[in-house]
Ligand binder design. Structure first.
Ligand SMILES: NC(=O)C1=CN([C@@H]2O[C@H](COP(=O)(O)OP(=O)(O)OC[C@H]3O[C@@H](n4cnc5c(N)ncnc54)[C@H](O)[C@@H]3O)[C@@H](O)[C@H]2O)C=CC1
Ligand SMILES: O=C(O)[C@@H]1CCC=N1
Length: 286
């Protein structure tokens, strides 16, 4: 758990990452930037150890065998792509040097359900303790939105440990598992949608003669400011929009163009398609 004797609640557990890609780095950087752990507590594996130099340079322990992470860490984040899960897990079994007990697994895989995870891990431990998590990349800068759902065998201590870690990375909520695929389609994928919108808004400004660096800064800051208005004021988004749209003014003319372009329907379709895709990933229709 966390050490509350210092002013910062340091994580005492050793953290493991099976798969050292974008999300594993985002999680670790997020925690490290808060001063909650040191990279010497981190154990990471991947199929090509030469691709783990980023981790090595930070001071983490790196391995080409997933079993080494399971042996050395207390909390093991599974951070591979969903289709890689079976081979990543079988590599754990092949490379363990002895029986393993008392490990907590945290899966961030899109679409893969707790009972599937419990099944694949069942030969490792009779009662695999698992928590399913859906983060997003802004966790790297402490601005994430993460949800989690504990498996049946996860203890209250496991839940409080994982929640205390995720809480430091932004907003964190416990949800029923039935919601996770849809949440992943909104907040997990959401940064990509928003980057696309920021890029398009900036391009549109460039077309009107605004220099690109200013156009990008302006589009990003406007997105951030509008999001903060929603969160800080608690006002309905329609009310906030009304405050911008003068009668017969410029903004309502722009809104008309957006509605004609089907921007709302496009977002409905994006979230519906991404949710459906998460279910497909869970059903192994890769
Ligand atoms: N990228 C995102 O914004 C989000 C991703 N996720 C989930 O996080 C997971 C990881 O995604 P990313 O980090 O974006 O992917 P990534 O491709 O950046 O990282 C995956 C890592 O797994 C490693 N790997 C491949 N085979 C392996 C094996 N057999 N054993 C161990 N490691 C292996 C790869 O070398 C790579 O470093 C996915 O399951 C995804 O659904 C969840 C929420 C957000
Ligand atoms: O694109 C994906 O499948 C992952 C899950 C949520 C965000 N990225």
């Amino acid at each position: 758990m966390c050490d509350s004797t210092s002013s910062i609640m340091k994580i005492k557990e050793k953290l493991g990452f099976i798969g050292g890609g974008n999300m594993a780095k985002a999680i670790c950087e997020g925690i490290n930037k808060k001063g909650l752990m040191d990279y010497s507590q981190v154990h990471v594996s991947g199929p090509h150890v030469e691709n783990l130099t980023w981790w090595q340079d930070k001071g983490a322990h790196i391995y080409s065998q997933n079993g080494r992470v399971v042996e050395n860490a207390d909390v093991i984040f599974i951070c591979v792509k969903p289709h890689v899960l079976p081979s990543a897990i079988s590599n754990i079994y092949q490379t363990l040097s002895g029986p393993v007990k008392s490990k907590l697994f945290v899966s961030i895989l899109a679409g893969i359900e707790l009972d599937q995870l419990e099944n694949v891990l069942s030969t490792l431990e009779d009662c695999a303790r698992i928590i399913r998590v859906m983060p997003n990349t802004p966790i790297m800068i402490g601005q994430g939105f993460t949800v989690f759902c504990p498996g049946n065998k996860a203890t209250l201590h496991d839940i409080s440990l994982v929640k205390s870690i995720l809480d430091t990375l932004g907003i964190c909520r416990q949800v029923p598992e039935s919601m996770i695929n849809a949440i992943g389609a909104v907040s997990g994928s959401g940064p990509a949608y928003v980057y696309l919108i920021i890029e398009a808004l900036a391009d549109a400004g460039v077309k009107q003669g605004i220099p690109r660096p200013m156009a990008i800064e302006m589009a990003a800051k406007t997105t951030l400011g509008a999001a903060k208005m929603v969160l800080d004021t608690g006002k309905h988004t329609a009310a906030l929009r009304d405050e911008v749209c003068s009668a017969g003014g410029t903004t309502i003319t722009g809104i008309h163009a957006l509605e004609t372009g089907g921007v709302r329907a496009a977002l409905f379709n994006a979230v519906e398609s991404a949710t459906k895709r998460a279910h497909e990933l869970g059903q192994k229709r890769h």
